[in-house]
Design a protein around this ligand. Sequence first.
Ligand code: CTP
Ligand code: ZN
Length: 154
Amino acid sequence: MSVEELRVSKIRDGTVIDHISGGYALDVVKILGITGKERCVVTIAINVFSRRFGVKDIVKIEGRFLSVDEVSRIALVAPCASINVVRDYVVVEKLEVKTPRVIFGVVRCVNSVCITNSDEPVGSKFSVDSVDPLVLKCHYCGYVLEKRDVLSQM
Ligand code: CTP
Ligand code: ZN
């Protein structure tokens, strides 16, 4: 077992979000709505050594499993993350997140006069022009959103 593995202990049941880009763990925690006031145990490691990425962040949440919607939000800020479902100390499911090329819903257009912000029943739609750094372009008005715009909505 390496020093890196010793730094944070294994969990029994829950979710390990691994390979988050260094420095983005707190954004992932925010996306999941974790305030620290919940009863679950959350372990956060920031800027730890990673053979694959140089540095990475890790978030371990005990007793919680993520929805499809939560995974798609995480994909926006941590495009290389892997989501590990742990049951009885064993990783029973591993999901490499993938940022889609088109995003429906999830993110709002920042342009206040965009049709998606009007009374018309038009949902948001963005093309993903770049994954890292994140660049989204509104399908309807062409407005460009960056990672910080997305994060400020979550
Ligand atoms: N993990 C954990 N508790 C467990 C099992 C695994 O916290 N009971 C964590 C590991 O520390 C690691 C992640 O879940 O951060 C994935 O575990 P595993 O698949 O065993 O590790 P690797 O093979 O290194 O994963 P990868 O191939 O995704 O790098
Ligand atoms: Zn728009």
